[in-house]
Write a protein that binds this ligand. Structure first.
Ligand SMILES: [Mn+2]
Length: 496
């Protein structure tokens, strides 16, 4: 496990107030109580209700997590830690850097930072094993590099580079004869001198093609197949403009690059941030039905039948003996009141009521008044288009061989809904037909009267089976109904 990575705490997609506030507060808990480098994250945009809670209790937006797919940039050896070669450098410099750092290859770049090829340890080894074969075109060797390799000083007056030749003179000395200059002796044997001469040639003559090249932003999973089928020891990584930003070796692919996650307010991967199956989920704090994936390692799962995830986080603070600050208490209260519709939802438990009272006191707000304020601030109906209202909190289901959707909005009073009923009905119908769903429903829940108006787009035969009063065509009045998962969903499944 990669302990140096931060622990990301994130709720479900289309985050509601409970998801955002439990992520913020549990990240605070992990930092202050467990000493973890925890970061609160979100898997989507912040709705108006949550925005009000964050503003009221002074919290920053959690960091947006578009996905948790490890990318090449997460595992590569970055440019700063890398030696980039130029084609006019002598081969011995590449050789030394590779042996000192145990690199199997080094990229060669031009002036603009583009990769023109690479030098590999294998390539140099095979050159040195074929010194007798005069297949290498005569090239100008770097004379300073050559004499240095031979452990001698460069005689004065010689050019920087020249085509050279090794021979043994009459006295048995190993001699180097640069073209157009006097021969000079070197203090090594002829075979070593020949090898040194080879290593003094410019890299440019021995470039191998760069091989498969990838962008740093590419998710690792997208190139695994290509990597596995390639016999290259390493790969060049560039930015979108083609400038080299690093390399990856096969060893780098073995490092654990997974993001470390805590899931709050959900446990089903289908509701989670993109790429969750490539992350390391270390904890789950939730209050929904269990839809867990099999895991490779033991993980902490806390799932309790309470009205909100914030209730669970509040009890963890309490058990740890840590005093809550007003901001954290206010945020936890917001998530709790939001999910339980100000303690009116049938999902509300005695634990939630007790926690809400304590949290309101610590936060210094009136539970009822703040709850109404939160829902009034979150009412989307005046400000959003019909598609946005339907999409804000929509869940898709596939049960009993039918696919259907249930959206929900909470309101203070129904007036704004009746003003927009035509728009919303048309948008609901269009969504159902566009998605080829059996039915599409919108729960419009008035939290002041605990009544839901169910706006329904469904086949006639299905609608005929509904026994609730129908004050307007396709609008059903469900008194005492607040909960999608506990009331409306079972009701619809029964009719199906
Ligand atoms: Mn929740």
């Amino acid at each position: 496990m990669v302990r140096d990575k931060p622990l990301l705490v994130v709720g479900h997609k289309n985050p509601d107030t409970d998801s955002i506030c439990s992520a913020i507060c549990y990240a605070r808990y992990k930092r202050s109580v467990a000493g973890e480098r925890a970061i609160a994250c979100r898997a989507g945009s912040i709705n108006r209700q949550t925005r009000h809670a964050l503003a009221t209790f002074g919290a920053d937006d959690p960091q947006l997590l578009a996905d948790v797919l490890p990318r090449l940039s997460d595992i590569m050896i970055a440019r700063e830690a890398l030696y980039l070669l130029h084609s006019d450098q002598p081969l011995c410099e590449a050789y030394r850097i590779m042996t000192d750092n145990r690199f199997s290859f080094l990229p060669v770049v031009d002036e603009s930072g583009r990769c023109t090829g690479k030098v590999t340890a294998l390539g140099i080894a095979s050159l040195l094993s074929r010194l007798d074969e005069p297949e290498v075109e005569p090239e100008k060797a770097n004379l300073a590099a050559f004499t240095r390799l031979c452990g001698a000083d460069l005689p004065p007056g010689l050019p920087e580079s020249a085509v050279g030749r090794i021979f043994v003179d009459a006295e048995g000395r190993t001699m180097m004869k640069p073209q157009g200059c006097e021969a000079f002796p070197v203090p090594v044997g002829p075979a070593q001198a020949a090898a040194n001469l080879m290593l003094s040639l410019p890299i440019g003559g021995f470039l191998e093609p760069p091989g498969p090249t990838f962008f740093a932003t590419t998710p690792i999973r997208d190139i695994e197949h290509t990597i596995n089928r390639s016999n290259e020891g390493g790969f060049i990584v560039t930015d979108e403009g083609g400038t080299i930003v690093g390399v990856v070796t096969r060893m780098n692919f073995m490092t654990d690059s997974r993001f470390r996650l805590v899931l709050v307010d959900h446990n089903e991967f289908s509701q989670s941030v993109e790429g969750i199956e490539y992350a390391s989920v270390e904890e789950i704090i939730d209050h929904h039905r269990i839809g867990l994936q099999r895991t490779n390692e033991p993980i902490t799962v806390i799932n309790r039948v309470v009205g909100s995830t914030c209730t669970i986080v509040a009890s963890m603070y309490e058990q740890s003996g840590t005093d809550l600050d007003a901001s954290t208490a206010g945020l936890l209260l917001s998530g709790l009141l939001s999910d339980t519709v100000i303690l009116n939802s049938p999902t509300t438990t005695a634990t939630d009521r007790a926690a809400a009272l304590r949290l309101a006191q610590t936060a210094g707000v009136s539970l009822e008044a703040y709850g109404r304020e939160l829902f009034a601030a979150g009412s989307e109906v005046e400000s959003l288009g019909p598609e946005a209202i339907l999409g804000q909190d929509r869940k898709l289901y596939g049960e009993k061989g039918r696919r259907f959707s249930v959206s929900q909005i909470e309101m203070v009073g129904f007036e704004a809904f009746w003003n927009r009923r035509g728009d919303l009905g048309a948008a609901l119908e269009a969504f159902r037909l566009g998605q080829d769903l059996y039915l599409a429903a919108l729960m419009v829940t008035d939290i002041t009267t605990s009544t839901t108006l169910l706006l329904l787009s469904a086949p006639r035969a299905f609608r005929d089976r509904i026994a609730y009063p129908e004050p307007a065509d396709g609008v059903y009045e469900m008194r005492g109904v607040l909960s999608r998962k506990k009331q409306v969903l079972p009701f619809l499944l029964e009719l199906l």
